[in-house]
Design a protein around this ligand. Structure first.
Ligand code: UFG
Length: 323
């Protein structure tokens, strides 16, 4: 049985939908940002908190958990700057409680959702896992602190782990049954699609004077179903004992500017966006593009879905959003 912490969130719920085809799954989520409706009905759902030792004891006593996949976190860069306590408490301290209880119950396998924010403002075109980590906000720090804790637990207690550093997760399940739903929404693609649906007046482009081809920020957008597939490969590698302590980037290896993303949304939907140029948003690096060569060569993972497919699936979801 696999415990998925944060399995009612955007990325966690997409992973659960794939994982239930192969394994028995228990989801733990406090529903602070997740949605109960997004959890596949084949998974057991427990409403509880990963920072609460009693909730965790109950789960590890009740179910034969062989691995934990941890998606539960706060993930807004701006909020992390104004409220770092929330980020260190929920992302670091609560994760430490989870790892403590796992150690107590001798559960050895762990998959952790990390982020491109671990790299800060990189100076290389293609970021690989050897690129120095240098977060520029508490969110990135909180994720990197957990990475450090995992490395130390691995050496001291024999924990086996895989860290996955996501670039820009986007898109929705092809079925249209689950997708991205944040409140407030801050991510580019949902904001564009909401504007095209008439749910927002305009799209603000945060900065058009960056040192990039058209002056807007470049990101590497990765389909949430491709992310889910990478988690399943990482889980298999852990369970088969092929990997014991690894970090992988997950991206498409292609950078798209904010303007290009808006244009692709217009093309996919056949609608015209209402766009205004605005000031830069604090903490945005000009360019974040991943090399995922390491996970390709070691686990045979490659992103299968391009930006257009991401937007087609997201559009399908947003037109009939269920939660
Ligand atoms: N953007 C706009 N207008 C908007 C929203 C976003 O111009 O209304 C721009 C941003 O400035 C950025 C790009 O679109 O240049 C993408 O922004 P997102 O907010 O969609 O994503 P981020 O790249 O800021 O954030 C993602 C993850 C974070 C992670 C971060 C790492 O969502 O969890 O990458 O830098 F921390």
């Amino acid at each position: 049985m696999i415990l998925v912490v944060g399995g009612a969130g955007y990325i966690g719920s997409h992973l659960v939908k794939e994982l239930v085809e192969k394994e028995e799954v228990v989801v733990l989520d406090n529903l602070s940002t997740g949605h109960r409706e997004s959890v596949d009905s084949r998974a057991i759902f427990v409403k509880g908190d990963l920072g609460n030792e009693e909730d965790l004891d109950m789960i590890f006593k009740s179910y034969p958990i062989k691995a934990v996949m941890h998606f539960a976190a706060n993930s807004l860069v701006g909020e992390s700057v104004t409220d770092p306590l929330k980020y260190y408490e929920n992302n670091v301290a609560a994760t430490l409680t989870l790892l403590k209880v796992m150690t107590k119950f001798k559960v050895k396998n762990f998959i952790f959702s990390s982020t491109a924010a671990a790299y800060g403002i990189p100076t290389v075109e293609m970021i690989d896992e050897t690129t120095p980590t240098a977060p520029i906000n508490p969110y990135g720090h909180s994720k990197l602190m957990v990475e450090q804790i995992l490395a130390d637990f691995s050496k001291a207690y024999g924990l086996h782990y895989v860290v996955l550093r996501y670039f820009n997760a986007a898109g929705a399940h092809e079925s249209g049954v689950i997708g991205e739903s944040h409140d407030p929404e801050t991510h580019l693609i949902p904001i564009i699609l909401q504007q095209l649906l008439g749910q927002r007046e305009k799209i603000s482009v945060f900065g058009s004077d960056y040192d990039t081809k058209d002056g807007t920020c470049i990101r590497d957008y990765i389909h949430v179903t491709d992310l889910a597939a990478a988690h399943i490969l990482a889980l298999e590698a852990l369970l088969e004992g092929k990997k014991t302590a690894e970090v992988y980037n997950l991206g498409n290896g292609l950078g798209f500017s904010v303007k290009e993303v808006i244009e692709t949304c217009e093309k996919v939907t056949g609608k015209q966006a209402n766009v205004e140029m605005a000031d830069r948003r604090a903490g945005d690096p000009a360019r974040l593009v991943a090399s995922s060569a390491k996970i390709d060569s070691e686990l045979g993972w490659k992103a299968q879905r391009n930006l257009e497919k991401i937007i087609v699936d997201a559009w399908n979801w947003h037109q009939n959003q269920r939660y």
